[in-house]
Each structure stands twice: as structure tokens, then as C-alpha cells.
Write a protein that binds this ligand. Structure first.
Ligand code: XMP
Ligand code: MG
Length: 189
């Protein structure tokens, strides 16, 4: 096996621990379940950051629900968002007449979710709502609609529970602050 040292430089304090995450996801699931009881929602997770959140959220929804994933990429520094968003791997389900819940890990500038929201609304969905685990408290995302938000956090870079730095740390069970390497490279949302 090739020896590769894990990079842990930069990992900071826990911002949301496991118990708080669990309680937050429980709250969101209760709100979503209340609003969609008797409907047939389609949960669309935005890869890769939403994967643990979507898995936990949907397992707390007490009626049958459909799950899809898409991949979106933004280009710029690995810890900052740039202006360009592209759907690089799309869902296959016909959205016409469907009630869609977009599941996002974090709203930073809001560019990613606004782009996907507009795209999905244009495909004839009956409704499109946004469920984000985290939203940063920053003026940059002032106009971003989000129907369900788990936690409002300070405007610092965070990793864990799906969120990465350079594709690492997604598997941390809690959310930590992270002091990123300022050297930029392409990032996947
Ligand atoms: P925007 O700015 O489009 O950003 O709302 C959304 C995407 O940017 C990534 N992002 C982060 N990823 N820690 C991360 O690991 C962060 O603090 C962070 N802020 C933004 C993320 O991929 C999200 O989907
Ligand atoms: Mg990311």
C-alpha cells in the first residue's frame, strides 16, 4: 500500500457536534414531513456535500419518498465560490408536476442553489423548495430563498458531515471550522 499522510493541518474546533446535528436534522425532517404529508416529494441531493445529510433526513421522513442526486461544479478557489455554476451530472426523473425538495449542504453565496432552483423551476416542477443544512450569516447571500435551514453559522469555512476541504474530511461525524490553504484549485460542490 502506498503511504500517504492524511492532511490535518487547518482542522479547527467543532462548530456543530453530533447531538446537535441529529437534533437539527430531526427538526428539519419534522417540518418537511408536516408540509408534504399526502404528497409524493422528490428529494434531490446536490453531491457530494449533501450525501450524509440527505441520508439522515430522508430516513426520518415517515412516508415513501423518491431520491435523486445531481452534481454541480463551481469554479474558483477550493474554499471560495466563483460565479459560474454548472450541472455536471443531472437527474433522470421527469420533473413535470413533481414537488421537488433540493437538499443542499451549505448556502454560502447562494449562487449554486439559485442556479439549480431556476433550472428546476423551468422544467415544469409543480413546486421547488430548498432544504439546506447550513446557511452562512453573510450579506453575500441576502437574496437566497431557503425554505428549510438547519443552522445559521458564522462566515467561516467548515468541513465534516459531507463538507470537504480538497475532497477530505467529508467523513467527520461533526462539523468543524477549517483554516483553508489559500492556494486555489477547482472545487466540486
Ligand atoms: P454557494 O456560494 O454557491 O456555495 O452558496 C455552495 C457550495 O460551496 C461549497 N461551500 C463550502 N464547502 N465548507 C465546504 O466544505 C464551506 O464552508 C463551504 N462554503 C461553501 C459547498 O460545496 C456548497 O455546496
Ligand atoms: Mg465542496
Amino acid at each position: 500500500m502506498q503511504e500517504r499522510k492524511p492532511q490535518s493541518v487547518g482542522l479547527g474546533k467543532v462548530v456543530i457536534d453530533r447531538a446537535a446535528l441529529e437534533a437539527g436534522v430531526e427538526r428539519l425532517a419534522a417540518a418537511v414531513a408536516g408540509d408534504y404529508a399526502g404528497h409524493d416529494p422528490l428529494f434531490v441531493g446536490i453531491l457530494k456535500g449533501s450525501v450524509f445529510f440527505l441520508a439522515d433526513l430522508t430516513r426520518k421522513i415517515p412516508f415513501p419518498s423518491q431520491i435523486e442526486f445531481l452534481t454541480a461544479s463551481s469554479y474558483g478557489g477550493s474554499s471560495t465560490s466563483s460565479g459560474e455554476v454548472r450541472i455536471t451530472a443531472d437527474i433522470v426523473t421527469d420533473l413535470r408536476g413533481r414537488d421537488v425538495i433540493l437538499v443542499e449542504d451549505i448556502i454560502d453565496t447562494g449562487l449554486t442553489i439559485r442556479h439549480i432552483f431556476r433550472e428546476f423551476a423551468s422544467r415544469g416542477a409543480a413546486s421547488v423548495k430548498v432544504c439546506a443544512l447550513l446557511r452562512k450569516k453573510t450579506a453575500k447571500n441576502g437574496g437566497t430563498p431557503a425554505d428549510y435551514v438547519g443552522f445559521e453559522i458564522d462566515d467561516t469555512f467548515v468541513v465534516g458531515y459531507g463538507l470537504d476541504y480538497d475532497e477530505r474530511y467529508r467523513n467527520l461525524p461533526e462539523i468543524h471550522e477549517f483554516e483553508p490553504n489559500p492556494q486555489g484549485k477547482e472545487s466540486q460542490t
